[in-house]
Design a protein. Structure first.
Length: 145
């Protein structure tokens, strides 16, 4: 068995998704792929933004945010827009992880500086492969804080 790794060294990964099933799927994929990062889970954009604004140091920022689009209170696109307008929080990389394959959603995500846009596949094996690709990319990436 391979040693556990972290996608972004010493940084938690924030999952912003209102679906408990999808959150568990992501966490199971992390476990299967031996991704050791702590996960912080928030159920909508409002909760995520409030959490991030309450952090007192950049050192406490998550290394990566995995963001769903379709959520109550504040959806992912609203959160991304608000976060990227914030002088402090805009530095945190955000990857959209959603079921939406809409051109408009992709366009809005990239206009608001998403680091990537991934559509959740229906098959578990394909989902694992997608998270594995994400892991390989972010394992080599460095954050600016």
């Amino acid at each position: 068995m391979a040693a556990t790794t972290q996608m972004i060294a010493n940084k938690p990964i924030m999952i912003v998704d209102d679906s408990i099933v999808d959150v568990l799927l992501i966490q199971n994929a992390f476990e299967e792929l031996e991704i050791a990062n702590e996960t912080i889970v928030k159920g909508n954009g409002y909760e995520a933004f409030e959490y991030l604004r309450a952090l007192t140091s950049r050192e406490d920022y998550p290394g990566l945010i995995l963001l769903d689009i379709n959520m109550p209170k504040m959806n992912g696109l609203e959160f991304l827009n608000l976060m990227k307008k914030d002088d402090e929080l805009r530095i945190i990389p955000v990857v959209i992880l959603t079921t939406s394959d809409s051109f408009r959603d992709k366009e809005e995500s990239y206009k608001n500086y998403a680091a990537g846009y991934l559509v959740k596949p229906l098959e578990y094996f394909e989902f694992i492969e997608m998270i594995k690709s994400l892991k390989n990319y972010w394992h080599s990436s460095k954050v600016a804080y």
